[in-house]
Ligand binder design. Structure first.
Ligand SMILES: [Zn+2]
Length: 148
């Protein structure tokens, strides 16, 4: 059985568990407090943590994510699909040198079908740049891809 990593929000701790592959994405009880802890991916370009039930990037910059977009606070009110910060266009930012080469690396991996989004679905080469621009999480490996 493969070894997977899990993150406990209440203990703020990471632990590892041996699990059958088909159960890897299910939460596992934390060995310290026995609360359910979600899986974290072993090789992430954007490591993340959870606070108040929202995935947060590390380092935590105090922002939240709404439908894959970075926002300063979680959506409130009765229309969960409409966040005031998401529907207005953002000014284009110039990319840093490191960012450009990281995108190139990720595009190379996407070509080999070795990248996935937060939910484990494959990310295509042409989608890499917009994922990065929107601050969406990209991970190495495609857990949801059909096995050979
Ligand atoms: Zn715990």
């Amino acid at each position: 059985m493969p070894l997977y990593e899990y993150f406990c929000q209440s203990c703020n701790g990471v632990f590892e568990e041996l699990r059958p592959m088909r159960e890897a994405t299910e939460p596992v009880p934390c060995p310290e407090c026995y609360r359910d802890a979600p899986r974290i991916m072993p090789t992430s370009f954007a490591a993340f943590t959870f606070r108040d039930g929202y995935p947060r990037r590390i380092p935590d910059d105090g922002k939240f994510y709404h439908l894959g977009h970075k926002v300063s606070k979680p959506v409130t009110g009765g229309r969960p699909n409409e966040h005031p910060e998401v529907n207005k266009p953002e000014p284009k930012k110039r990319k840093l040198k490191g960012e450009v080469s990281a995108i190139k690396d990720m595009q190379g991996m996407a070509r080999k079908a070795d990248l996935s989004d937060l939910y484990g679905n494959p990310v295509r080469e042409r989608e890499v740049e917009s994922f990065v621009e929107q601050g969406r999480i990209i991970k190495q490996g495609t857990p949801n891809a059909a096995p050979d």
